[in-house]
Design a protein around this ligand. Structure first.
Ligand SMILES: Nc1ncnc2c1ncn2[C@@H]1O[C@H](COP(=O)(O)OP(=O)(O)OP(=O)(O)O)[C@@H](O)[C@H]1O
Length: 256
C-alpha cells in the first residue's frame, strides 16, 4: 500500500436509473483503501443507491440500470466476466436492519468461508469463526453459546454478528448502509468503536443520516444532494470549511 488514502475503488461518471428516473448523476469518486468514508445527505438523495452500485446489489432490483465505470483494484466491477458472488465476498455489506440467518451464531459466521472454500478443515473453520467474532467485538459475549440461534441475540449483537459474517470471508471493502439506525445509543456507540478498530484493515464506506456519526467515525466524507455528489474531502474540512453552498446549508442544518 502506497499510503492510507490510496484508492481501493474508483468510480467514474456513475449514473443510476430506476426505469426512466435518474437517481444518481455522474458520480466520480475514489474510495481510499485504509480509511472510513462516510456518505451523508438528505433523505432520498441517493446515498444507498450509490453504495449498492459498489458491489452490484442493485443487480437484484429489476428496474435499476447503472452507467459509468466502477473498479476494484483496477478490476471492472460490471464486466461480464466478474463473478458476482466473489465480488460480494471482496466487497461485503452490512444492512440497516440486522439480518442474521436463522441459524446458529457459529453457522452465521462459518457459512461464507465454507462456501468459498477458505477452510480446508473443521479446525480452520473454528479458527476463522473465532477470529471474526473477536474482530467484531462479539467473541466474549457469545463464546459459550455458539450453537444458539443468531436471531436470539440483541439488535446490537446481531449487527456485530453481521459484521463478523462479512469479515469471515476476508473482504477488502465493507459497505455499511445506516448500520446503527435500528440500534439504541449504547449499541450504536459499540458499533462506532468497532468501526474505529476495523479502520485501516478494510476500506469502509458508511451511509449515515447522522452528521455527528460521520464526524466521529470517518476520515473522508462525501455529501450527496439530489443524486449528485456535491462535495468530497477530508471529514474535518467538509464539516469546518465546506467549499460548496449546498454542503454548508446541510451541515448547518438548513435542510435535511
Ligand atoms: N428500488 C427502487 N425503485 C425505484 N426507485 C427507487 C428504489 N430505491 C430507491 N429509489 C429512489 O431513488 C432515489 C434515491 O433513493 P436512496 O434510497 O438511494 O436515497 P438515500 O439517500 O439512501 O435515502 P435515505 O437516506 O432515505 O435512505 C429516491 O428518489 C428513491 O425514491
Amino acid at each position: 500500500m502506497e499510503h492510507p488514502g490510496a484508492p481501493k475503488m474508483r468510480t467514474k461518471d456513475v449514473s443510476v436509473y430506476y426505469g426512466d428516473k435518474k437517481a444518481i448523476d455522474q458520480v466520480t469518486i475514489d474510495i481510499p483503501a485504509e480509511y472510513v468514508t462516510a456518505f451523508i445527505g438528505p433523505s432520498g438523495c441517493g446515498k444507498s443507491t450509490f453504495l449498492r452500485t459498489l458491489n452490484r446489489m442493485n443487480d437484484t432490483i429489476p428496474s435499476a440500470r447503472v452507467e459509468g465505470t466502477i473498479e476494484l483494484d483496477g478490476d471492472d466491477v460490471y464486466a461480464s466476466s466478474m463473478d458476482v458472488v466473489q465480488l460480494r465476498a471482496r466487497v461485503g455489506m452490512v444492512f440497516q436492519k440486522p439480518n442474521p440467518f436463522p441459524k446458529s451464531i457459529y453457522d452465521n459466521v462459518a457459512y461464507g468461508p465454507s462456501i468459498h472454500g477458505l477452510a480446508p478443515t473443521k479446525a480452520d473453520l473454528d479458527q476463522i469463526v473465532e477470529k471474526s467474532l473477536q474482530r467484531a467485538g462479539l467473541w466474549n459475549e457469545v463464546k459459550d453459546r455458539l450453537q444458539e440461534s443468531g436471531t436470539a441475540l440483541s439488535g446490537g449483537q446481531q449487527q456485530r454478528l453481521c459484521i463478523a459474517r462479512a469479515i469471515a470471508v476476508d473482504p477488502e471493502v465493507i459497505l455499511m448502509d445506516e448500520p446503527c439506525s435500528a440500534l439504541d445509543p449504547i449499541a450504536t456507540a459499540k458499533i462506532e468503536e468497532l468501526i474505529d478498530e476495523l479502520q485501516g484493515r478494510y476500506a469502509i464506506v458508511i451511509v449515515t443520516h447522522s452528521m455527528q456519526q460521520a464526524a466521529r467515525v470517518s476520515q473522508r466524507t462525501a455529501f450527496f444532494h439530489l443524486g449528485e455528489m456535491v462535495e468530497y474531502g477530508p471529514t474535518d474540512a467538509i464539516f469546518t470549511t465546506p467549499q460548496e453552498e449546498r454542503t454548508k446549508d446541510y451541515i448547518t442544518g438548513r435542510y435535511g
